[in-house]
Design a binder for this molecule. Sequence first.
Ligand code: MEV
Length: 443
Amino acid sequence: MNKSVGQQALVSGFSKKTKAEKIAWISAQFANPQQATELLETYTHPDPNVQNLHDDFIENAVANFYLPLGVAPNVIINGKTLTIPMAIEESSVIAAASNAAKFWADKGGFTAEILGTEKVGQVHFIFEGNPAKLQTFFDTHQSDLLKSTDDITKNMRARGGGITALTLANKTALLEGYFQLDVRFDTKNAMGANFINSCLEQLATTLRELALEYEAFSQEEKEIEIVMSILSNHVPNCLVQASVSCPVDSLLATPEESQLFAEKFVQAVRIAEVEPYRAVTHNKGIMNGIDAVVIASGNDFRAVAAGVHAYAAASGQYHSLSRAEIKEGVFHFSLTLPLAIGTVGGLTKLHPLVQWSHELMGFPNAEELMQIIAVAGLAQNFAAVKSLVTTGIQQGHMKMHLLNILNQLGATETEKKAIIKYFIKNTVSHHAVVEALEKLRAE
Ligand code: MEV
């Protein structure tokens, strides 16, 4: 048992300790220090070169925290067949994505398109003066501001990207004296966080310097107070859409079954459009697919999640990211969401499994990866809603969860085989698995 919260002594200079010293200090906090150390060792790569690479990603690394990496094959996107890498711990996610991929492969697969790639950043500052004078100052110096970022944007411009817009935003209706430099970017194949933040910090410095020299400003007006310079993870114009469609009649085995299914499916998605409680869970199912590919492709899933949920709530009410309808006998299902991701920079070249994932996907560029990720989200959403409006979610979910329960109960490989066979025809629940295992052991 661990010691209770708040009993640990404060430690100084922890980050300066060697890894072995850190592990010794941490393990001493456990009731069984040796066991705690051994566990960390089990989750440490035996090849120091591999381990050092991972240790260098973060500060105070003591071990690796594994997530399974799986794949969903047979995903057809815009006519091309793909196997998608997914890093996720939830047992039913990859099975669901694979099922949906197979289901739609027979019907021509998924279509995906990019609706925009604009990234956003802001310099937030306080100006306690005349807003009209500030606007004139900005108009006079807009090109100087941009010019000051030339060195930073040079390579990006050579690749066709860079700063696409720079405006002054008056936010004083929200907060006294609050203004922004609102900056729009095209970061090509990079997610662009470092690039954007570097540009913004340079713009902030130049803004302050130019204001200090601007003769039309009073002394107080010259003292622009920079509060912060940072990209925004709200990227409503960095959008991708994935969709599927097919004649209603060909959805399931018979036209009657298909019609009923399509209507119920559309109804379920409408509920998620109007009812936030359902929308959050509906979108969580979408994120099961999105996050898994975002992680496997070495992208920042927190940034993606923040942007996606902000987009889902952009109207003032949180709603479903996907839409479904039946039009002239055709079933249409689509997902639109913002995805600020990259295929260069960050972890993409550093993590060998990320490189592996990119190769598996045929080294997509950022727009292609946006499409792949959106399709994974739509596939996931389709599988979840299909289960919900037909068998219910637990049947498939618990079947996939069976191995977790068996592992928790310490079942041997032989026991696992026998129990899995037994549950092909029986309903899985924790209680039922315990009973079946006890019965098997008694035999
Ligand atoms: C579980 O991880 C995800 C679902 O709850 C999604 C949904 O309800 O649509 C099954």
